[in-house]
Design a binder for this molecule. Structure first.
Ligand code: NDP
Ligand code: BG6
Length: 533
């Protein structure tokens, strides 16, 4: 059985031995992981950990997984006896992996020695994903590492979904720690491409592993401000009573990227923006905004509430959706001149959407009638992810229609912030309201705090056995239930997306949809950045 500990962020770190070299700010952020692990009965029994990267030669491994493991190791946040094993088809060496990862590791001059120690804990085994002998060979290698058969094993599937089936079966039959050590399997999205394929994957995984051995990653759940949603909502009295249909006119959840598919068009074209971002990252944020207060902060209490709220959402219908596809801007710079269809990895004439706005409704007592507007797109005017609650108009206005709607914005990235747009008396000899804000900008309020990357938090959570920030199978089923009919309709009808210019805010039809369902944009709010004054 997996040991259950608080999520990595929930505990404060003790600085002992090797840890004394860690700058306090990072350790404060991560919490008392080392102490927790050493106090944990199960951890004492099985001291060694082996992190196995399946697909070690790939892009995700090189850009995200190895760098994350290195940062955690560098900062002394992993259990003392942790070893790393790469597995892939290519004939590779640890040295070659190091070279490939180097541009992403961000190694300071003073850390070069520590980096050598990290790579001395690495090894590599090559083999085919469907080859049982290769996995038996991998198991023999794992047994030869310190801790041998007693080591806890974490398997990270940094692989295309086409090989999940073989790899997970082979892990189960040949590579599990059979003695005292636990086994955990980390799965990356896409978790299928519709309800049926996702259910097939879930059935396959659950025939091999128990739910508490499966960690489905949605990296947005590892972001600081996404995790903060629960604290803001349930740790403050000022928001609770107004967090409902009586005071909130609409909720807008936004994901914007200022670049296109950048050569990833092959993968992207198969999935599209709804599967790539909306069905997972935006819907996860929605459930944290809309769910009821959980009985506790235990993983299952939180996920029970997320599932309950998703169950109250009907499948999205085409009339509540606007799809877009970017085209080149002839006046733009560099890549901006190129449209989606100019990407050589995108099939000619593709109707795949690179932008989508969809309106969802949560049919329960708290939210009935409140539109949740999900917007996401590539090649837009800026990089931004945020949650925006727009409040209703002030009833019985005495200021001659000068009051604008309040908004509470939780900006996930960049520049994490929470701000409340509000009316205040114009300072001086005036007596009329003007728009301003209460502003909690992290960079100024928490100057010395170094926020960890989402993957750092999540991988640490897997070591800790905390599943709060991972997707449970019933959550996934509900997410696919909401989007599958729409996705099938788009595919069968080849719904043409509306062209929008690279670098724009997306199709105007999306703003019109938001307006139609109740979002109000006045264009009067001007933010003066106090740090630039
Ligand atoms: P705005 O009033 O500019 O925008 C509010 C919302 O209206 C956004 O969702 C925006 O969408 C949308 N919108 C913009 N243009 C249109 C349009 N033509 N038609 C329909 N909808 C539109 O307020 P913001 O809250 O966005 O603040 C403005 C700026 O000030 C932002 O850059 C914000 O980050 C910054 N700010 C920063 C703070 C901080 O760092 N602490 C505090 C307060 C503000 P879209 O997202 O597509 O633009
Ligand atoms: C991934 C999507 O899940 O999230 C990418 O597949 C997207 O298309 C990425 O670019 C965005 O992540 P982040 O953390 O940079 O906002």
């Amino acid at each position: 059985m997996a040991g259950k500990r608080p999520a990595s962020g929930a505990i404060a770190q003790q600085r002992t031995g090797e840890m004394s070299a860690i700058p306090l700010s990072r350790s404060e952020v991560f919490g008392e992981l080392r102490k927790e692990l050493h106090e944990d009965e199960e951890f004492r029994q099985s001291d060694a950990h082996i992190f196995i990267i399946m697909g070690a030669s790939g892009d995700l491994a090189k850009k995200k997984i190895y760098p994350t493991l290195w940062w955690l190791f560098r900062d002394g946040l992993l259990p003392e006896q942790t070893h790393f094993v790469g597995f892939a088809r290519s004939d590779l060496t640890v040295e070659a992996i190091k070279t490939a990862c180097m541009p992403y590791l961000k190694v300071a001059e003073s850390e070069v020695e520590r980096l050598s120690v990290f790579f001395s804990r690495n090894s590599y085994v090559s083999g085919k994903y469907a080859d049982e002998k290769a996995f038996a060979n991998l198991h023999t290698h794992l047994l030869s590492l310190p801790g041998g058969g007693d080591a806890n094993r974490l398997f990270y599937l940094a692989l295309p979904p086409s090989v999940y089936h073989d790899v997970t079966s082979n892990i189960k039959h040949y590579c599990m720690s059979a003695n005292r050590g636990w086994n955990r399997v980390i799965v990356e999205k896409p978790f299928g491409r519709d309800l049926q394929s996702s259910e097939e994957l879930s059935t396959h995984l659950s025939s091999l592993f128990t739910e508490d051995q499966i960690y489905r990653i949605d990296h947005y759940l590892g972001k600081e401000m996404v995790q903060n949603l629960m604290v803001l909502r349930f740790g403050n009295r000022i928001f609770g009573p107004i967090w409902n249909r009586d005071s909130i006119a609409c909720v807008v959840l936004t994901f914007k990227e200022p670049f296109g598919t950048q050569g990833r068009g092959g993968y992207f074209d198969d999935f599209g923006i709804i599967r790539d971002v909306m069905q997972n990252h935006l819907l996860q944020m929605l459930s944290l905004v809309a769910m009821e207060k959980p009985a506790s902060t235990s993983s299952d209490d939180v996920r029970d509430e997320k599932v309950k709220v998703l169950k109250c959402i009907s499948p999205v219908t085409m009339s509540d959706v606007v799809l877009g596809q970017y085209v080149g801007d002839p006046e733009g710079q560099g890549d901006a001149k190129l449209g989606y269809l100019d990407d050589p990895t995108v099939p000619k004439g593709s109707t795949q959407a690179t932008f989508a706005t969809a309106v969802l409704y949560v049919h329960n007592e708290r939210w009935d009638g409140v539109p949740f507007i999900l917007r996401c797109g590539k090649a837009l005017n800026e990089r931004k992810a945020e949650v925006r609650l727009q409040f209703t108009d002030v009833p019985g206005d005495i200021f001659g229609a000068q009051c604008r709607r309040n908004e509470l914005v939780v900006r996930v990235q960049p520049n994490e912030a929470v701000y409340a747009k509000m009316m205040s008396k114009k300072p001086g000899v005036y007596f009329h309201p003007e728009e301003t804000e209460l502003d909690l900008t992290y960079k100024s309020r928490y100057k010395d705090v170094n926020l960890p990357d989402a993957y750092e938090r999540l991988i640490l959570d897997v070591f800790c056995g905390s599943q709060m920030h991972f997707v449970r199978s019933d959550e996934l089923r509900e997410a696919w239930r909401i989007f599958t009919p729409l996705l099938h309709q788009i595919e069968t009808e080849k719904t043409p997306p509306i062209p929008y210019k690279y670098g724009s805010r997306g199709p105007v039809e999306a703003d019109e949809l938001s307006k139609r369902v109740g979002f109000r944009y006045e264009g009067t709010y001007k933010w003066v950045n106090p740090h630039k004054l």
